[in-house]
Write a protein that binds this ligand. Structure first.
Ligand code: FMN
Length: 310
């Protein structure tokens, strides 16, 4: 149970800014890494493998010598025709952290380990966690109830305890982590990293429209609905965004509505996690990371006082 040595360089807070479809791009990644947390993006945020390569070249050229590592998310599934080509580019550029979604495959893990990279795999239930652990991944991202995007439905305490009982690699907790206090809480529960998505949408550098960021500020946990109606797989979306598109969040079907392809659906209806209720502003990434660091320090100090060690 630890952070892999190759990911500790430049890291000033155990936070990964999670990869987000249509939201994370080079500006967000570079600002995260230069501020001391791990920045990531899905390779599919670029329309082509060549575009993906261009982003890697750009990101590497903009990172400061003491920047934290960066990561890329690959969808490991037959529905992703770019997997092989994108993976080859990741290997060529020796991407420090590869985040796999859907499939945890030994060949991918071996290819990344071959150049000294690290593989974290995201799971939303214990069965998938066991399968991924068997494929040799270095870490498991536990996507708990209330997370943005394709969220799980399991309580984070339950998920961490069950997975920790058979997995001694790195544990990354995902879902509703919005503050430095939340980061401290995740570590106290036994996680090694906090994985934060929704909080990073509301940064100046995130590639989301201003109205999307405003809607996050206006939303609380009860304004988030977990539904398969947008993407076919259950994910969390803002009810205000469904309503803005003429969809009644109270009568959602359990199948995908006709909203066009995946990119169109996510561009039309905006995803966020239940942690939106703790997001009150849009700030530059560097300022957000500074804030998270001081909240984290405050939380650990207050905890030490509470338990009588300070
Ligand atoms: C708009 C949006 C898009 C997302 N797209 C992806 C993605 O492409 N790949 C992925 O692995 N996770 C994706 N996620 C999930 C995040 O990586 C992460 O698990 C989640 O945002 C964490 O929960 P939080 O939003 O409550 O912090 C997405 C989340 C959001 C909000």
């Amino acid at each position: 149970m630890a952070i892999p040595a190759s990911l500790t360089k430049g890291l000033t807070l155990p936070v990964i800014a999670a990869p987000m479809f249509l939201v994370s791009g080079p500006d967000l990644v570079v600002e995260c890494c230069n501020a001391g947390v791990i920045g990531t993006f899905p390779s599919l945020n670029q329309r082509t493998t060549e575009g993906y390569r261009d982003w890697l070249v750009e990101i590497k050229s903009r990172l400061k010598p003491d920047a934290a590592a960066f990561g890329v998310n690959h969808i490991v599934h037959p529905t992703n025709p770019r997997l092989m080509a994108d993976m080859m580019v990741s290997v060529e550029h020796q991407v420090p952290l590869i985040i796999t979604s859907l499939g945890a495959v030994r060949d991918v893990v071996d290819a990344v380990h071959g150049y000294g990279g690290v593989v974290f795999h995201d799971i939303a239930n214990v069965r998938h966690a066991r399968k991924a652990a068997e494929s040799g991944v270095d870490g498991l991202i536990l996507v708990a109830n209330g997370a943005g995007g394709h969220a799980g439905i399991i309580n984070p305490f339950a998920l961490v305890n069950e997975v920790r009982s058979f997995f001694d690699g790195t544990i990354i907790l995902s879902g509703c982590l919005s503050t430095g206090q939340d980061v401290a809480g995740a570590l106290m529960m036994g996680a090694d990293f906090a994985y934060m998505g929704t909080r990073f949408i509301n940064t100046t550098e995130a590639e989301a429209p201003a109205a999307y960021k405003d809607m996050i500020i206006e939303s609380g946990a009860t304004d988030i609905v977990h539904t398969a109606a947008v993407s076919g797989i259950p994910a969390n979306f803002m009810t205000k965004s469904l309503q803005a598109n003429g969809i009644d969040p109270k009568v959602l079907p359990d199948h995908k509505l006709d909203m066009g392809d995946e990119a169109k659906a996510w561009k039309t209806v905006w995803s966020a996690g239940q942690g939106a209720g703790a997001v009150h502003d849009v700030v530059p990434t560097a300022e957000l990371v500074d804030r998270l660091r001081s909240e984290y320090a405050q939380a650990t100090e207050q905890f030490a006082k509470k338990v009588g060690v300070a």
